[in-house]
Design a protein around this ligand. Structure first.
Ligand code: NDP
Length: 245
């Protein structure tokens, strides 16, 4: 596991957007950030899941989160710009964005990749990430220091049989991250990517339905890296893909 000791209230006074905040790793990250003092903005596809996370955070007596229901498959560039402008006017700045939501599509031999599914995976995992980052950067730059975090995968740097569209999309994610990191190298914005490693979530279960899930890391287990990259302890880290495990 990535070695980092989480300090209490390390994210105090930070406003952090988490995409895919209704389930899996994104849900855990949103609640963890809130517990550490951040005000979190929960973006996701299924409103009921976002509301459940919202309720959980309020029940813990933490800062009231915001909910942004948005399907990354259908959202437009203007949706992202409007969202970013609203965050800027409501909170004055954005200290962090965890771009975590993505879709697996289907695992299939290369010659069988379905054009529609390939298109959907690219829309959610690539186009939406680029548009989100483009729209959010001006609001991230309003913060004294800001952290933009993409989510990659082991198949984002080494292709693997049958992982088709998903693997290609994660290579693109790493490219996006590196380009932004290089362009903003001498600025207050740092940009990195996390490779979570095998983690017990619905996405992992759909990729590996037969494996023993109790042997997997849980989303809670991998939080040290997620917190580190949002904290001021990582101010000098830029352009890296870091393994959470
Ligand atoms: P889950 O499937 O458990 O959660 C994915 C989240 O993304 C859900 O909240 C889901 O919302 C949201 N989401 C999916 N599609 C869209 C969309 N079109 N618009 C908005 N939100 C959407 O996945 P994980 O938690 O496992 O994965 C999180 C990230 O980690 C992903 O980027 C994944 O690729 C990466 N990863 C995960 C690994 C693992 O072992 N779990 C390993 C390597 C990488 P909803 O529930 O409403 O559909």
């Amino acid at each position: 596991m990535f070695e980092y000791t989480i300090k209490e209230k390390i994210l105090n006074n930070k406003t952090i957007l988490v995409t895919g905040a209704g389930a899996g790793i994104g849900k855990e990250a949103a609640i963890t950030y809130a517990k550490l003092g951040a005000t979190v903005i929960l973006l996701g596809k299924t409103v009921s899941k976002l509301e459940a996370v919202y309720d959980e955070i309020l029940a813990l007596g933490l800062a009231e989160p915001a909910i942004i229901p948005l399907d990354l498959r259908g959202a437009t560039k203007q949706n992202y710009i409007d969202m970013s402008v609203t965050i800027a006017s409501q909170y004055g700045k954005l200290n962090g964005a965890l771009l975590n939501a993505s879709m697996l599509g289907e695992l299939t031999p290369f010659t069988q990749i379905h054009e529609q599914i390939f298109g959907d995976v690219m829309k959610v995992n690539v186009n939406a990430q680029y548009l989100l980052a483009q729209a959010l950067i001006p609001t991230l730059q309003l913060a004294e220091n800001a952290s933009l975090v993409f989510t990659s995968s082991g198949v984002g740097s080494k292709g693997r049989a049958y992982w088709g569209a998903y693997s290609i999309s994660k290579f693109a994610t790493e490219g996006l991250m590196q380009i932004i990191a290089d362009e903003y190298e001498n600025s207050t914005l740092r940009t990195n990517a996390i490779n979570p490693g095998a983690t017990k979530t619905a996405m992992r279960a759909s990729a590996y339905p037969a494996e023993d899930k109790d042997k997997l890391a849980t989303p809670a287990d991998i939080m040290p890296l997620y917190v580190y990259l949002m904290s001021d302890d990582s101010l000098d880290v830029n352009g890296q893909t870091i393994k959470a495990q």
